[in-house]
Structures are given as structure tokens and as C-alpha cells.
Write a protein that binds this ligand. Structure first.
Ligand SMILES: Nc1ncnc2c1ncn2[C@@H]1O[C@H](COP(=O)(O)OP(=O)(O)OP(=O)(O)O)[C@@H](O)[C@H]1O
Length: 869
């Protein structure tokens, strides 16, 4: 690669040589004029010199970058081949004509080397012409998709940049900004690129050229200082300035405070002419006073050329090789290191690649698009793209979907295809908000674990930890929450918890390699969160807007309003207009996904666990669930699966403390299933003959269930009794007297429709005490003797009556089905208990352990279809 300095030095040498020749020619001309004769010799010398100077310029600024417009019109150089990002280039800005008939083009270092500033703004037609000329040379000369124009039109002049407006939708140029705020956002975008390059996060950024037709009128000293800083640090980060109307350009000297800049100032003594300073790093002459000739600025391209060129570029960008998902997948899988972040290609911007990152600069993303806009397809492109680049040691996926659909079904094993994407750790489909909270809580725990590891290793960053502790698994975690607005619905404890956890992950995740991608059809309903003092979304610098998803972009940013399916606005500037990049992404076709998934699955380390899957609509049966974790020697009954990561079996531990009984509440037949599941799980923990199961069936609807349970338990060799109501009363009497109690041989009472016995139990029937008293004694004393009651009451009040005033605390375990939260709350003395009955869900309360868990209660397979039949 030729350095800017070498290139320019070569041009200067030619220039000086030409200057020498000019002097000679001038001398000769003077002589010839004195002789009053013109001859062929002088004409030939002039022509030769002009040709030589043209050649020198053409070498320094080839083709589109330097050829005069008439030559370009004739020769039509190939597009995009005159220069490459990352290399120093020069560009034609003016023509010097020191002698009649002897002119030479003035080329100055620009992209890859320096900047250009003019004192006059684009109200001067010559300046406007130069801006058009330079922009045209750039967009035609550089590869598309690798150079972007950040346009400023502070004087709202409109016309100078108007011919390029068709490039705006293709993302090559932004809509020129005129307001100071937008101007500052644009500077921020350029600064972000400088920082990203300086910190090593970005190695091959797009070329950004800030073009100002005029700076905003109320530009402050602080703004100018930012421009100065960009002039200093920009070139190394491919950020360049082409500023017209730069205010501090002094007429008396070239001092402007802009480093690396060629200055072009109006020649006060000659209308329409300009003077050019020495370019950065070199000088035209020994005196350091710039080019020793006035110049005319390079004229704009001829009418029609810009339009035709833009049309061609846009058409090429659009029709560029049809996008395919396979093109996003690298040939060799899992080659990337996620130490500094994650990067993938999601499609194309113009003809360049559209790359997106999850790293320190853009740790979290917000994605929005109306239904059908292609949001799911975009997310699949991103997720499969990442999974193809990074191995499961480098990347884990937590996938969470709140809506009805199968967005993430591809990541988990299914009945048809037992493979899964080996990076997937948790997959939630049609998740409950509580599951979302559990996933977020899991992430917070993981951050804690990583913080602990860092502390132990004495390091302060994830990358340092990864080098220090190669043995500790520390993949970056990408958590995708689709339809995340559901999390915040309802102003209840779950919503509050979700916000708190999300804030924590959003704030600290970056330091621990934990990233969030939150997607939604709509942001209405969560807008309050945008404006909150500690706005969570401030942490989400990367905005991805599909059609109809413009709400996540800035107020004046309507770029996503009319996007076709398959296109997206990628904006890493938190939605500012100037950071828009319009990208196209391919359809994630099922066949390609299938192939890639199988390739990755074949490459997985043997023993890679399946993802923890939560499917909101799934029914769970006790037979497929692992037994709950036992604590010590205590038996634990299983009642359902917790709505948490890993779907742990929800268990109620039995011990000798008074009240270790379970009350299942609600009219739903699921109540019978919960008792049956409890019995089945207990039976698994007993050798036959070491416990007695009393099955008391008091309602007709549960008879079959109870009968089946009896058959099953007996089949396993357990002792089972099926007392009728009278025998039940006798049993209670016996148990209350402690007569048949044997701690080593527990007795379990499963009372199906316990409420049906209430009135009978209350009758004394000639005895000194009613059976209800025996029942209450059993509740209070029974656990000490190994007696536990599992009852299904179809109403809360019925249980409350059975317990009586003094026995209110004697049923410690509650499984609330279709009963009101306030009724359960008053039963257990918690007025603020929050419970809304839901299909296939129950609230499981263990009063002794002060625990409320949302569970999916165990059911007999097919229970719900029966209920709805
Ligand atoms: N890049 C693309 N190229 C071609 N077609 C696409 C592309 N992206 C999406 N589509 C089409 O649009 C349909 C809807 O896409 P997708 O399911 O991703 O939308 P969505 O925004 O997630 O909608 P919903 O929220 O209703 O699920 C796809 O089934 C596909 O037909």
C-alpha cells in the first residue's frame, strides 16, 4: 500500500517539476512576446506540459477520483474501482491555470489521509459544485457499502446535496441534517467510530465522510472543538471531513485548528478564484504559503451524470446477487473468538456486507417491527449467523418468546427431529411473564458468578478473566426476548420484578459478556420506560427497526415507515437519523436452517446437554418429571413443574411439624390430578409395605382417577385402602387418638372432594365430639406421627370452615387453581397476595417456607381436552 505521504510527495515532485517547466515556459513566452512573434515551439511546449501535468494528477488521483468530467463522460471508468478503504487516496479539487492554455489539476490527500475545509459555504455556486464533484467522485470511486456520507446542511440550503437524495434509502447517505441537535448526533456517530477503532473493537469500519454544505448557524466553540478532535483522530479511523463554510478559517493565515486538512479559501483579489493551502504533511513550495497560484474549483459533474450514477448504484445495490441465507454462513464453522464481542453478517447494505455486533459498543439491541415485517426471520438470521461463527464454548443462547408461535422451536429437539442447536441453553415458547422473570434472575445469578470469578482471579474484565482462567466456561450469553412488552403488562409485582432485573442485566451485562436482544411488535405500553429517569433503553444503543417499528428510532427518524419485508434499518446510534443503515436480510429458509443445525449438532461435544425447554401450552405429567430434590430424609411430594429455567419439579416436603399437609383449591378436575400426582411421587419414595395410602373418593367426577390410582399403587405392592365416608370418619377418629400411629409407617390420606365431607364431619351423631374435631387434631398432630393429609377442596371457604378458627395455619401447603387470589389471601392472612387463575397454571404456596411459586400442575395426560370437551 502506498502511504499518503509517499503518494503526495510524488505528486508534489511532479508539481515542482512542472513548476520549473512553467517558469521556463513563462520566460520563453515573455521573450517570444517581446519578439512579437509566436511560433510552433512555444505551443508545443505548452501542450506537452499540460499533458504531463494531467498524467501526474491521473497517477495520484486515478479515474473517478481525478479525471476531468469530460474525460469521465467519454471513458466511463468502471465503478467502485478507483480506490479502496484503508488506503490513502487523493482527490481532484481544483484547476490551476497559471498561464493561458497551461493548466493543471490540483489534487489533495483525502480519504485515508486527510480532510478538506473551505471558508465559503455552499451558497457560493463554485463551492456547491465542488461538493457535488467530490461526493460523486467518492461514491463512484469507492466500493459501495464501504463508504457513507454523513451530510450536514446547516444553512438549509437544500440544493447542493439534493441530487444525491436517491442514495438515502440505500443507506449511502443520510438525509442532510440542519438542526444543531442532529448535527451533534452525527458528530457522535463519527466519534463512536473513532473510539471503536481506537479501542480495537472495530478493525475495518466503513469510510465515513462528513460533508457540510454549511455548518449550523448556532454551532458553538464546543462543537468546533469536537470537529478539531475529529480532524486529529479521524483519518486513522476512516473518518474524513469535507467542510464548507468552516468559520474559523482566517484570511490572514492558514491557521484553523484543523489538523490534517487542506484549506481552500476565497481569493479576495480575484472573484471566483480560490487559494489552496499546503496539504497535510507536505508543502507546495518552500515558503509554506500554499500553492503559488489562484485556482478555480473543480466544477460539478455534468447534468444528468449524478442522477444516472445514483440510479445505477441503487439498482446495483438492490439487484446485487440475490440474498441467500447460505451466503451468511461461513465455510468453516465455529472459528470466531468472542473475547472482544460477537459479530455476524445479517445481509447487505448496498452491496457491502451488513455486519452487526454485540460488544462493548453495542451490548444490547432493541428490535421492532409490526407483525409480518420479518422480525422472526431477521432474528433467525442473526442467531444462526452467530451460532455458525462461534462455538458453544464462546456463545450461549437463551431464547424467550412470549407470543403464540414457534419462533424458537428450531433451536430445541422435537418429536420429529431430536437434534438441537448446541448453543441453546434455554428455550421458552409462549412463555409466562414469570418464566421471563426466572430467566432474567438466572442471568443476574450468572453475572454474580462471573463477578466472583473475576474477583478470585484478580482481574476486572471479562477478556482478562478469559485469558487468566481458560478452564472456566465463560461464553458470551445472548438472550433474546421476543414480544418483550408482555413482560411489563400489568402493574403487578411480576412486572416490577421484570423491570428491576432487566435494568440490572442491561446496566451490568456488558461487563460480564451478557447481551440482550429485545424484540417487539409494538412499544406502546412500554413507552413510559423510555422516558423513565433511569431509562433502561438508554443501554440499548443498537436499534433494529423493521417495517412499522420506527417507534424505537429517534423522533424525527421515519426511515422504517415504508420498508418492504426483508429490509431493516440498522441504527447503532440509539435511533439518530444519521446512524441509519438500510440493510436487506435473506429469508431463513427451513431447509438451510435444518442443514446448518445438523452440521452444528454433529460438531457438538458429546454430552452437551439439551436446552432447558419451557413450552407454555404443554401439559406435564408426574410420570415424565424427575422427582423433586429431597431434603435429608424428608419425603417430598411432587405437585407440578415450577415455571423457571429448567422446569424444576415443585415439591412439598413432609416432616413432623404441625400443618405439613396440602390443600388443593378450585373446582377444576386438575385438583384430583394434583392429588394423584402427589400420591404417585410418594409411592416412588417408599418400598412397598412401608406406608399406607388411604384414598377417600367423595366426588363422582374423580372416581375413575381414584380407581386408577388404587390399581396402580396396588400393582406396585403398596398398601392401599379406599374408605367410604363412614370409614373415613372412623379412620380420622383412630388417627386422632394416635392409636394406629407409627412414625416408621406413615399414613397418607388423599381426600378427593374434601368439602363434600364437611357437613357430615360436623355432625356429632351421638359421639361426644364431631369427626371434624378429629380431622383438626389429625392436621395439628398428625405430622408428628407420620400422618399427612392431601385434600382437594373445591372452594376456599370450605377449607377455611374445615380448619376452624384455631386451625387456620394447619394446612401449610396450598395449590391454588381456579380460585380468586383475594380468597386465598384471606385464608392465609396475606391480603396482598397476587393470583389470577390461569389455564394450566397454579399458585403453589408453602407457608412454612414462605414460598409462592407459579407452577404447571401435573395432570393426567389429556385432562384439558377432556375439560373443554
Ligand atoms: N428476508 C425475507 N425475504 C423474503 N421473505 C421474507 C423475509 N423475511 C420475512 N419474509 C416473509 O415474511 C413472512 C413473515 O416473516 P416473520 O415471520 O419473520 O414476521 P414477523 O414479523 O416475525 O411476524 P409475526 O410477529 O407475526 O411472527 C415470512 O413467512 C416470509 O414469508
Amino acid at each position: 500500500m502506498v502511504s499518503a505521504k509517499a503518494l503526495f510527495e510524488r505528486a508534489i515532485a511532479t508539481h515542482l517539476e512542472a513548476w520549473g517547466l512553467l517558469a521556463a515556459v513563462r520566460e520563453r513566452l515573455d521573450r517570444l512576446e517581446a519578439d512579437s512573434t509566436h511560433n510552433d515551439e512555444s505551443a508545443q511546449q505548452q501542450t506537452a506540459l499540460a499533458a504531463r501535468l494531467e498524467r501526474a494528477a491521473a497517477e495520484a488521483a486515478p479515474q473517478w477520483l481525478g479525471a476531468p468530467w469530460p474525460v469521465i463522460g467519454e471513458q466511463r471508468f468502471p465503478l467502485e474501482r478507483s480506490a479502496r478503504p484503508g488506503e490513502a487516496s487523493m482527490i481532484r479539487v481544483a484547476d490551476a491555470q497559471p498561464l493561458p492554455g497551461v493548466g493543471f489539476p490540483v489534487v489533495v490527500p483525502f480519504v485515508g489521509a486527510g480532510h478538506i475545509a473551505l471558508d465559503a459555504d455552499a451558497r457560493d455556486p463554485a463551492v456547491a459544485g465542488l461538493l457535488r464533484s467530490v461526493i460523486t467522485r467518492l461514491i463512484a470511486g469507492f466500493p459501495a457499502g464501504q463508504l457513507r456520507i454523513l451530510a450536514i446542511d446547516g444553512g438549509a440550503l437544500g440544493a447542493p446535496l439534493a441530487p444525491f437524495h436517491s442514495l438515502i434509502p440505500a443507506g449511502v447517505m443520510n438525509r442532510p441534517v440542519s438542526e444543531t441537535d442532529q448535527f451533534r448526533e452525527l458528530l457522535t456517530e463519527a466519534e463512536d467510530q473513532v473510539h471503536a477503532v481506537q479501542s480495537g473493537l472495530e478493525r475495518s469500519p466503513d469510510v465515513l465522510v462528513i460533508v457540510a454544505a454549511a455548518l449550523p448557524a448556532n454551532c458553538t466553540r464546543a462543537d468546533l472543538a469536537r470537529i478539531s478532535a475529529l480532524a486529529h483522530a479521524g483519518p486513522a479511523a476512516r473518518v474524513h471531513l469535507l467542510l464548507a463554510g468552516y468559520p474559523s478559517l482566517s484570511r490572514s493565515s492558514w491557521e484553523t485548528g484543523l489538523e490534517n486538512t487542506t484549506l481552500i479559501s476565497t481569493d479576495q483579489s480575484s472573484r471566483g478564484h480560490f487559494r489552496i493551502s499546503d496539504p497535510p504533511g507536505s508543502s507546495f513550495g518552500a515558503d509554506g504559503r500554499g500553492l503559488n497560484a489562484t485556482v478555480t474549483l473543480d466544477p460539478p459533474p455534468p447534468a444528468g451524470l449524478i442522477e444516472e450514477l445514483c440510479r445505477q448504484l441503487v439498482a446495483k445495490a438492490e439487484s446485487d446477487s440475490a440474498l441467500s441465507f447460505d451466503a451468511l454462513v461461513p465455510k468453516q464453522l465455529w472459528q470466531g473468538s468472542s473475547v472482544d464481542g460477537l459479530r455476524t453478517t445479517v445481509g447487505r447494505v448496498g452491496r457491502g456486507e451488513a455486519t452487526v455486533s454485540l460488544d462493548d459498543a453495542t451490548p444490547h439491541w432493541l428490535v421492532a417491527g409490526r407483525t409480518g415485517s420479518g422480525k422472526t426471520v431477521f432474528l433467525l438470521d442473526v442467531l444462526y449467523g452467530l451460532a455458525a461463527r462461534y462455538s458453544p464454548d464462546e456463545l450461549s443462547l437463551y431464547l424467550l418468546d412470549f407470543k403464540e408461535g414457534v419462533s424458537f422451536a428450531d433451536f430445541m429437539p422435537s418429536a420429529n427431529d431430536p437434534t438441537w442447536v448446541p448453543h441453546a441453553r434455554t428455550v421458552g415458547v409462549e412463555s409466562d411473564r414469570e418464566y421471563g422473570v426466572a430467566v432474567l434472575a438466572d442471568l443476574v445469578r450468572e453475572m454474580g458468578r462471573r463477578a466472583g470469578e473475576m474477583k478470585r482471579a484478580g482481574v476486572t474484565s471479562l477478556s482478562a478473566l478469559r485469558s487468566a482462567r481458560a478452564d472456566v466456561a465463560m461464553p458470551r450469553i445472548v438472550t433474546v426476548i421476543d414480544e418483550f412488552h408482555v413482560l411489563f403488562q400489568g402493574n403487578d409485582d411480576t412486572a416490577k420484578r421484570a423491570v428491576a432485573l432487566l435494568e440490572e442485566v442491561a446496566r451490568k451485562g456488558r461487563s460480564y459478556g451478557i447481551h440482550l436482544i429485545m424484540a417487539s411488535q409494538s412499544i406502546s405500553g412500554i413507552e413510559a420506560l423510555f422516558t423513565k429517569g433511569t431509562s433502561i433503553f438508554g443501554q440499548f444503543g443498537m436499534r433494529v427497526a423493521l417495517s412499522g417499528g420506527g417507534g424505537i428510532l429517534g423522533l424525527n427518524n421515519d426511515a422504517a415507515a415504508a420498508l418492504p419485508t426483508g429490509q431493516v434499518i440498522l441504527n447503532h446510534g440509539a435511533g439518530v437519523v444519521s446512524a441509519n443503515r438500510r440493510a436487506r436480510f435473506p429469508f431463513a429458509d427451513p431447509a438451510s436452517l435444518h442443514t446448518l443445525r445438523h452440521r452444528m449438532w454433529d460438531m457438538r461435544t458429546p454430552g452437551t446437554p439439551e436446552p432447558a425447554v419451557f413450552i407454555g401450552y404443554a401439559e406435564y405429567s408426574v410420570d415424565e418429571a424427575p422427582l423433586p430434590v429431597r431434603r435429608g430424609r424428608r419425603k417430598v411430594v411432587a405437585v407440578g413443574r415450577q415455571v423457571d429455567v429448567g422446569l424444576h419439579t415443585a415439591g412439598f416436603a413432609l416432616d413432623s411439624s404441625p400443618g405439613r399437609h396440602l390443600g388443593v383449591l378450585g373446582t377444576s378436575l386438575v385438583g384430583a390430578d394434583v392429588l394423584t400426582s402427589a400420591a404417585i411421587s410418594l409411592a416412588k419414595q417408599h418400598e412397598p409395605g412401608t406406608a399406607t395410602f388411604h384414598l377417600i373418593s367423595l366426588v363422582g367426577t374423580a372416581e375413575d382417577t381414584v380407581e386408577e390410582l388404587r390399581t396402580r399403587l396396588r400393582g406396585q405392592g403398596h398398601e392401599v385402602s379406599m374408605p367410604n365416608l363412614t370409614q373415613y370418619k372412623e379412620l380420622l377418629q383412630k388417627l386422632a387418638a394416635g392409636a394406629s400411629a407409627d412414625r416408621d409407617h406413615p399414613q397418607y390420606l388423599f381426600v378427593y372432594g374434601a368439602d363434600a365431607a364437611s357437613s357430615t364431619l360436623k355432625q356429632k351423631e351421638g359421639r361426644s365430639r364431631a369427626a371434624i374435631e378429629d380431622f383438626r387434631t389429625v392436621l395439628r398432630e398428625g405430622p408428628g406421627w407420620g400422618v399427612h393429609v392431601f385434600g382437594w377442596w373445591r372452594g376456599v371457604r370450605r377449607l377455611s370452615d374445615d380448619l376452624g378458627l384455631s386451625g387456620k395455619d394447619d394446612v401449610a401447603g396450598i395449590v391454588a387453581l381456579n380460585v380468586k387470589g383475594n380468597e386465598v389471601g384471606s385464608l392465609i392472612g396475606r391480603v396482598h397476595l397476587q393470583w389470577q387463575p390461569r389455564h394450566n397454571r397454579a399458585l403453589f404456596i408453602d407457608r412454612h417456607e414462605d414460598k409462592d411459586d407459579l407452577i404447571v400442575p401435573f395432570v393426567t395426560p389429556g385432562r384439558y381436552s377432556e375439560e373443554f370437551a
